[in-house]
Design a protein around this ligand. Structure first.
Ligand code: PLP
Length: 401
């Protein structure tokens, strides 16, 4: 971890003013923009003129402000904001790969990403090999001369494995491929670009926005890449049109101002639960546990200011045991039985039956995803001891402990 890189301060240092000296940038809710001179419009279309806005599917000032904040947080030259996390992932991949190309991906990824790779990319004759991303030897073995992308999540969904970004970056670059990393679970905790990733994607629906009131995504990378995806002739973003609405951008930008404090609190609360689960001998996965297989790796790569993250999973062995437990926790007020994550309230779901249900049962089994795995996105609870007590009461009532 680059000790001098401070994502929270990088965001705080941005000075983005609104019209009339507003402390928040003004919202530009215009789809199109006027030009005084025809010549300027032609040059803007050809990418020969800086500083002009053409049309909001291409660029919009509100989206630019949010992109600048994301680029500051990631240490990238630029970013581009999308209407969902899936839009960010699919745009980045379709920009980097052509028909006949090959991708190597962690088998443990968000279910939608898995389905895009396993099913949808067949339409484009793009082949994907899935690997255990923690086994670097098998990753290297899976690479081919036509591999264009090595894909992973820094902290994988839902297994909470940690990807070795510097080593994966070396493997990708040895084969002339790009390392694309989804950092949705761990904004600020990890800075994948600083660790060697080429492109960092986000579902901003989660921690970055933190309010569960919007679906949004981001692609962070070089100016060259962002210019390429927004090129009017062959840019994936410009031509498929997955752009984020500028009204949403302006809301998310304001929420980024509190992200560092929220991440600290999510991590503090999740660590508290992990320690309690350990005390009662409950099978669980938390990367901040010294017994977690990638604990040392995480410590080496992370920004310690933000903790080990707000995601934790417990293993109740079967879906039949997980179901009444989740229902009871919701009844008692632990949080909501809902998919998604990064909300100020605790959310929980059975991964195998929900956000990883796109992954076939035999592959779930192969990758070690227990059918009784309940994934928690731990909220910003002020009294986490009280929340824990409700979890423990639910376990006791069902005679699980
Ligand atoms: N990446 C990860 C790690 C996710 O968990 C999700 C959604 O759950 C996505 C991407 C997709 O994001 P969105 O729902 O914003 O399209």
């Amino acid at each position: 971890m680059d000790k001098n890189f401070d994502p929270a301060t990088a965001i705080q240092q941005l000075e983005q003013f609104g019209e009339f000296g507003g402390v928040n940038p003004s919202i530009t809710d215009s789809a199109t923009f006027t030009f005084l001179r025809e010549d300027d419009m032609i040059k803007t279309f050809h990418g020969e003129k800086e500083g002009c806005f053409l049309y909001s599917r291409h660029w919009n000032p509100s989206n630019l402000y949010l992109s600048q904040a994301l680029a500051a947080m990631e240490g990238t030259e630029m970013a581009w904001v999308t209407g969902s996390g899936m839009a960010a992932i699919t745009t980045a991949i379709l920009q980097l790969c052509n028909s006949g190309d090959h991708i190597v991906s962690s088998v443990t990824t968000y279910g939608g990403t898995y389905a895009f790779f396993a099913n949808y990319l067949k339409k484009f004759n793009i082949e994907v090999t899935f690997v255990n991303i923690t086994n670097l030897e098998s990753v290297r073995k899976a690479m081919r001369p036509n591999t264009k992308v090595l894909y992973t999540e820094t902290m994988t969904n839902p297994m909470l494995q940690i990807s070795d970004i510097p080593e994966l970056s070396k493997i990708a670059h040895d084969f002339g491929a790009k390392l694309v990393v989804d950092n949705t679970f761990t904004p600020m905790i990890f800075a994948p670009f600083k660790l060697g990733a080429d492109i960092v994607v986000y579902s901003m629906t989660k921690f970055i926005n933190g309010k569960n009131d919007a679906v949004a995504g981001a692609i962070c990378g070089s100016l060259e890449f962002v210019n390429a995806i927004s090129n009017v002739n062959d840019g994936t973003a410009m031509l498929l049109g997955p752009v984020l609405d500028p009204l949403r951008s302006s809301n998310i930008l304001k929420n980024m101002g509190t992200l560092h404090i929220r991440m600290q609190k999510h991590s503090e609360n999740a660590k508290f639960l992990a320690e309690k689960f350990k005390e009662i001998g409950l099978k669980h996965v938390y990367p901040g546990d010294s017994e977690h297989p990638q604990y040392e790796l995480m410590k080496k790569m992370m920004n310690p200011d933000f903790g080990f993250g707000g995601m934790i999973a417990i293993d109740l062995d079967t879906a039949e045991r997980a179901a009444p437990f989740m229902e009871l926790m919701q009844e008692k007020g632990v949080g909501y039985h809902a998919v998604s994550l990064g909300y100020f309230k605790t959310l929980f779901s059975n991964s195998g039956k929900s956000t990883s249900s796109e992954v076939p049962d035999e592959i779930q089994q192969e990758m070690g995803l227990s059918p009784g795995l309940v994934r928690f996105s731990v909220g910003l609870d002020h009294n986490i001891e009280r929340s824990y007590q409700m979890i423990e009461d639910s376990l006791r009532e069902l005679k699980y402990i």
